[in-house]
Design a binder for this molecule. Structure first.
Ligand SMILES: Cc1cc2nc3c(=O)[nH]c(=O)nc-3n(C[C@H](O)[C@H](O)[C@H](O)COP(=O)(O)OP(=O)(O)OC[C@H]3O[C@@H](n4cnc5c(N)ncnc54)[C@H](O)[C@@H]3O)c2cc1C
Length: 432
């Protein structure tokens, strides 16, 4: 970047939100500087995980042809664990060529994504930690890095869940323990053949698993597994307050999960090549900050845009980055960077799936927390009992078995709870 280049927009953070914002601005011919604290984008970033094809392709058309994706996610499993048994529900999408999601490794993906932004004309400053925002007369005018100051008309904050910068200007408060989950993950290396054999997939297929119950029972916690080319990503997220109550270290809980017979068979003999931990903002709409002010907007995790019920984060990050950039383009063309002009960003979010879905799930997390025992302990038990009943042939007459099953399930309350719970949950989502 030449010394006399006038930067119109600075984007802080080269994750999905930041890169999407930078690329959208660069494509519109705007002078945009993308600033990232890591030496190489993505090297310290982690997620489950899969990126979703729709919002990703909006930014990177036909990305699967050139991007470092691991596998298209063609199978989705739900594993319901009891203490030592499991019930698996599997959904396979074999409509080839119609990709919905891909497993990726963030270290490879983020690096590639930044290169695309640079190819489109964005300036990129890696190894650049933004210490604080420069504020003059109550307006954000640029950034202070460890070594120098940069000025711009607009700053887009895409600096992730902790966003110290949004806190500095009073747009965000400290995140509460109840509004965040701690996520731990290991990447386990296996041979490609073993991985495909164990998950029953071919080389152009992949699996994503959600894991409920077992060692994670009676806690606001969800496990996950994703198949990459020749590695498995396995981990879980747990609310910080439950982790404290359980008095167990995150690592110990991951070991317990990996030792469960339904999980152990997938990862047996594999080598752990990476362990990482990261927070996810899960407070939903109620914890969302104001997302714009004079000359500044917030996108992605920094603005708490995560749909934890559907495990969506990168898609909302990319979409919000794009909408913030479109708003910045409008403001630059108008020559007005006031809060009133940037409020267009909030309107765009409202018209998009981001605020619509966050509104839908506004009360879902408290609802799930209230019924956590039913969902993570009783449902897996119930599923196991039904399938065991249907598939066990022994000397006990069926009539006696049905009686025993009915009396134990009625006593536990699972039948009375499960159907109304499902309907009640949806009704709640439909309420405005
Ligand atoms: C375990 C786990 C599993 C997940 N699984 C999925 C999944 O399967 N699918 C999905 O869609 N989402 C998933 N998510 C959520 C998803 O990862 C996030 O929602 C998404 O990464 C948010 O993108 P972002 O750009 O807002 O923030 P981030 O990805 O966190 O990027 C922020 C960037 O800002 C940089 N930065 C921060 N502070 C500064 C600073 N002061 N100066 C300069 N740079 C800075 C960081 O280094 C980082 O590169 C998962 C998250 C976790 C933790």
């Amino acid at each position: 970047m030449e010394n006399n280049t006038k930067i119109e927009v600075i984007v802080v953070g080269a994750g999905p939100a930041g890169v999407s914002a930078a690329i959208t601005l660069a494509r519109a011919g705007k002078k945009v500087l993308l600033v990232e604290r890591a030496d190489t984008a993505g090297e310290k970033n982690m997620f489950g995980g899969c990126i979703y094809a729709k919002q990703t392709a909006d930014i990177f058309p036909k990305f699967w042809e050139t991007a470092p994706v691991e596998r298209p996610i063609s199978n989705q499993k739900i594993l319901l664990l009891t203490d030592c048994n499991s019930t698996q529900i599997e959904y396979s999408d074999s409509s080839k060529g119609c990709y919905k999601a891909f497993s990726v490794i963030r270290a490879k993906w983020d690096k590639w994504a930044v290169e695309q932004a640079q190819n489109e004309g964005a300036y990129y400053a890696p190894k650049t930690l933004v210490k604080e925002l420069l504020v003059e007369n109550g307006k954000v005018v640029g950034i202070q890095t460890e070594y120098e100051k940069f000025y711009s008309d607009i700053v887009i904050l895409a600096d992730g869940v902790n966003s110290i910068l949004a806190k500095q200007i009073g747009l965000r408060n400290e995140i509460k323990d109840t509004d965040v989950t701690l996520n731990v993950k290991e990447v386990i290396k296996l041979s490609k053949e073993k991985l495909e054999d164990r998950f029953n997939i071919d080389e152009n297929e992949g699996t994503g698993c959600k894991i409920i119950g077992g060692p994670l029972k009676d806690m606001f916690a969800l496990g996950f597994m994703y198949t990459n080319k020749d590695t498995i990503s396995i981990g879980y997220g747990i609310s910080l307050d439950d982790l404290k109550k359980k008095k167990i270290t995150p690592y110990e809980l991951l070991e317990e999960l990996k030792e469960h017979p339904a999980i152990a068979k997938y990862i047996k003999g594999g080598e752990v090549i990476e362990y990482s931990a990261h927070l996810i903002p899960e407070g939903g709409l109620n914890a969302m900050p104001k997302v714009y002010d004079n000359r500044v907007m917030i996108a992605g995790d920094a603005a708490m845009m995560v749909n934890n019920i559907h495990m969506e984060g990168t898609n909302l990050a990319m979409l919000s980055g794009k909408l913030a950039a479109q708003t910045a383009i409008f403001a630059l063309e108008k020559g007005d960077f006031s809060a009133s002009t940037l409020s267009l960003y909030h309107k765009k979010l409202k018209d998009s799936i981001i605020l619509k879905d966050m509104q839908t799930h506004k009360n879902t997390v408290p609802f799930i927390k209230k019924h956590i025992k039913t969902i993570t302990e009783m449902y897996p038990e119930f599923a196991q009992q039904v399938l065991e009943l249907m598939t066990t042939a022994d000397e006990i007459p069926k009539r006696a078995k049905y009686r025993k099953f009915l009396s134990s399930t009625v006593k536990s309350g699972i039948i009375q709870k499960s159907i109304p719970l499902g309907i009640f949950a949806m009704e709640k989502c439909l309420k405005k």
